[in-house]
Design a protein around this ligand. Structure first.
Ligand SMILES: [Zn+2]
Length: 272
């Protein structure tokens, strides 16, 4: 099949294995159906900002034009550093956005994508966020009432465990199993005192969650032996046999491509 598509984050469903779709306004293509088949993505050299839809030469922060990164709340520094959420100071770039995206329940979690890591997400993004990171297992540790508090709790935990995924390791397929319950048992007493200080400061309660552990299997025929990173910033045509999908990556026999990073790129997609 052939279709013209503006790339965006693949939509995921937590089936076993995980289901991945290229979704456009008109259609949704289940990529799992094309495992083991040829896939060709041909960049038309049009990129559209996902916020203002303007044609751009280069995208920033996975899909925005530069001016949008300077004015939209979802592009502010506090998105990657949630403990710096500044809505309460009256300086949010768009307070109504902050109210509906940051002043809502967030979850602090442990995941294993390339080893154990801590992260935060809106409660409504569980388990999508975990799948997007290519986690093979994840569990929520706390539920807190706002993004800012989740950021402060994450900072405490990040003293002991990583807060980043090593994507090369995640795609290498050496999925070492980690006992997240055991990790949790060790971590919680380490942060107990500092956690109480945060809770007192914010005058809030956190909900301590006890699992369950979510586990994910990905549609993968073979992991790459060496990881060759493909990008439309280097080449116009990316093609190969689809060997697997994990996180937001397509694994081809010719290399791997981070689909999310190419959000807004217009491509001719040829499948099968
Ligand atoms: Zn824009």
């Amino acid at each position: 099949m052939k279709t013209l598509c503006i790339l965006s984050k693949m939509t995921v469903t937590a089936t076993s294995p995980v289901s991945y779709c290229f979704s456009t306004k008109e259609q949704s293509i289940l990529l799992n159906d094309f495992l083991g088949q040829k896939i060709q993505l041909q960049f038309t050299h049009n990129i559209y900002c996902i916020a203002c839809n303007k044609t751009i030469k280069k995208s920033y922060q996975d899909g925005y034009c530069f001016p949008c990164t300077q004015k939209l709340p979802q592009c502010d520094l506090c998105i990657v550093k949630p403990e710096r959420c500044h809505l309460h100071l009256g300086t949010c770039r768009q307070p109504t956005w902050g109210e509906s995206n940051c002043m809502i329940p967030h979850v602090v979690y442990l995941a294993n994508a390339s080893g154990v890591k801590v992260g935060i997400t809106r409660k409504s993004q569980v388990p999508t966020r975990w799948i997007d990171q290519g986690a093979i297992a994840a569990m929520a540790l706390f539920e807190v009432p706002t993004r800012r508090i989740s950021g402060h709790v994450e900072v405490l935990l990040a003293k002991y465990v990583k807060d980043k995924t090593n994507w090369r390791k995640m795609l290498s397929g050496h999925d070492g199993s980690i006992d997240l319950i055991q990790e949790r048992k060790v971590l919680l007493p380490s942060i107990q005192k500092d956690l109480e200080i945060i809770l007192n400061t914010f005058g809030c309660e956190v909900q301590l969650l006890e699992g369950p552990i979510s586990q994910f299997q990905y549609p993968i025929l073979a992991y790459p032996k060496t990881i060759n990173s493909l990008s439309f910033d280097k080449t116009s045509t990316i093609e190969g046999t689809l060997q697997g999908i994990k996180g937001q990556y397509l694994i081809l026999d010719t290399g791997v491509i981070n689909v999310r990073k190419h959000t807004g790129y217009e491509v001719n997609v040829k499948l099968g």
